[in-house]
Design a protein around this ligand. Structure first.
Ligand code: IDP
Ligand code: MG
Length: 160
């Protein structure tokens, strides 16, 4: 039940100076940051992270976006954290992401617009989509000693 999930604030989120507001939302629901760092990833790393999308038409744009500037990688822990964070992130396409979600509140572009311009959809944030992928992605982005176990004030109201 207590899960860990990987969140990456992509370069568009970092460059729009939305990192603080995005992290605030995750903290506000009582989720815990157990690892966090700023990294500027290269193409090889991006290929590993987005392995499942390598053959997709949007991959070149996705690689270009992820490597254009530093990202903030975060490991978030909490009850059903994987689904909880995906819910807060919202749908992949900003146009369809519900108001109240991170993508719905801070972005608005469409698949059609991105594909016509030959760029990737700028939707601010990545979040692991399954238990299996969360484990693989956390291992890819973080060393064991970069993750921390500690208590927050939320713990007594949620897990204890
Ligand atoms: P997710 O980020 O919601 O998990 P995925 O399907 O895993 O969505 O796609 C990874 C990223 O690739 C998306 O967040 C978005 O930035 C980009 N992307 C996905 N589909 C398209 C598309 O059809 N056109 C352009 N970019 C896309
Ligand atoms: Mg995905």
């Amino acid at each position: 039940m207590i899960e860990q999930t990987l969140v990456v604030i992509k370069p568009d989120g970092v460059q729009r100076c939305l990192a603080g507001r995005i992290i605030q939302r995750l903290e506000d629901v009582g989720l815990k940051i157990v690892g966090m760092k700023m990294v500027w990833v290269n193409k090889e790393f991006t290929r590993q992270h987005y392995k499942e999308h390598l053959e997709k038409h949007f991959y070149p744009g996705l690689e270009a976006l992820l490597t254009v500037g530093p990202v903030i990688a975060i490991v978030i822990e909490g009850v059903n954290a994987i689904a909880q964070v995906r819910k807060m992130v919202g749908s992949t396409e900003p146009k369809s992401a519900a108001p109240g979600t991170i993508r719905g509140d801070f972005s608005h572009v469409t698949y059609e617009f991105a594909d016509k311009k030959g760029v990737t959809l700028k939707n601010l944030i990545h979040a692991s989509d399954s238990d299996k992928n969360a484990k693989i992605e956390i291992k890819l982005w973080f060393k064991k000693d970069e993750l921390h176990a500690y208590k927050t004030v939320h713990d007594m109201h949620t897990i204890e």
